[in-house]
Design a protein around this ligand. Structure first.
Ligand SMILES: [Zn+2]
Length: 347
């Protein structure tokens, strides 16, 4: 969570383990009700430091106190803004940041007891008490996962594309159904789509690897200018053959469509007795068009802009002395732009 802010509180390092020591060993750990209440009580001597942009600050030990990083989004006193009720689960990240959450919310989002860390057996064993689990993911990744589980946006933390990929890729492990949480109109769907202009291939690969077609389709429109030969083996493998083929087909189809559209030159205009234009002059226009179109098609990319097209073809009119020839040329260019804009831009 590069831009997240974190608070820190001081906890007494001399607290006996059975009274609330937050063991950082992996796996669920039940703590006594007294210790749990103490951990989330307002009487705990919280030391609210100024917002710290260094979110990955590890646990530090200073003299008699241990400084523990706590997520500002998932504090005991703030998490109820997402879901009512007091938190009864602490998730600790690999960089020792604590997230206070609701067990039922996490379990409700998971189809495998959150990677079997919070199964029913665990609940029976520790009724009415809190649970602590430590995950191998970093705080930046867990912050994204939890926001998704609570179905709220985390865009204000500006997680990077890499963080989003890491977070979503953990969904199968934690039994979180991606198709549900990344469905259109969800915060995750909107967030991934917002990253597409800047990290198009990463976001397309993410959507493709989880078969999120409704997400991959709009993202693909940002890949029209992407050089396909630069797709690495790893990206291609993760993307999968079907979505890779659809992307290649998109590029090829657009280039083919462009060539077909450029084949039609400006139509000849009617020769009037007063016009100084001749059929020979109009054939000259047709030849010039063919030459310019071939040049345009040779260098064309699937993301060719209409402004580049206009710039290239309008130059043909500069040498024309016939007003009608110039008019038909401009009409044809205008029509071509409309036709090019209508060519499909997504897989
Ligand atoms: Zn003419």
């Amino acid at each position: 969570m590069e831009d997240a802010e974190w608070l820190q509180f001081l906890a007494d390092i001399e607290t006996p383990p059975e009274e609330g020591r937050h063991d950082l060993e992996p796996g669920p750990q039940a703590i006594s009700e007294k210790a749990w209440l103490s951990a989330i009580s307002e009487t705990v001597p919280f030391l609210l430091t100024p917002p710290d942009s260094n979110v990955n600050t590890p646990v530090e030990e200073r003299e008699e106190n241990t400084i523990v990083s706590v997520s500002t989004a998932f504090l005991p006193d703030t998490v109820h803004t997402f879901v009512s009720g007091s938190p009864d689960l602490i998730i600790v990240s690999s960089d020792h940041v604590h997230f206070y959450v609701h067990k039922h919310q996490v379990l409700g989002a998971s189809e495998n007891g959150f990677n079997f860390l919070l199964g029913p057996i665990s609940i029976r064993q520790v009724p009415c008490t809190g649970t602590i689990i430590t995950l191998p993911e970093t705080s930046t990744v867990i912050n994204v996962i939890l926001h998704i589980i609570y179905n709220v946006s985390c865009t204000h933390y500006s997680p990077s594309a890499g963080t989003m990929v890491q977070a979503v890729d953990t969904f199968p492990k934690y039994g979180i159904p991606i198709s549900k949480y990344a469905a259109p109109s969800t915060p995750l769907f909107s967030h991934i789509l917002s990253l597409a202009p800047y990290s198009s291939i990463e976001m397309y690969t993410l959507a493709a690897s989880h078969d999120l077609e409704e997400l991959a389709i709009p993202i693909s429109s940002h890949l029209l200018g992407y050089p396909l030969p630069e797709i690495s083996d790893d990206i291609a493998a993760k993307m999968g053959s079907i979505y890779l083929k659809r992307l290649i087909t998109l590029h090829l189809n657009r280039l083919e469509s462009l060539k077909e559209l450029l084949l039609s030159p400006p139509p000849p205009h009617v020769l009037s007795p007063t016009s100084r234009c001749s059929s020979t002059e109009q054939q000259r226009v047709t030849r010039a068009w063919a030459l310019a179109a071939a040049n345009l098609a040779w260098d064309a990319r699937p993301d060719l802009s209409t402004s580049a097209m206009i710039s290239k073809l309008s130059a043909l009119g500069e040498s024309l002395t016939c007003t009608l020839c110039r008019d038909t040329l401009h009409e044809r260019i205008k029509e071509l732009c409309i036709q090019w804009s209508a060519v499909k831009t997504t897989i």
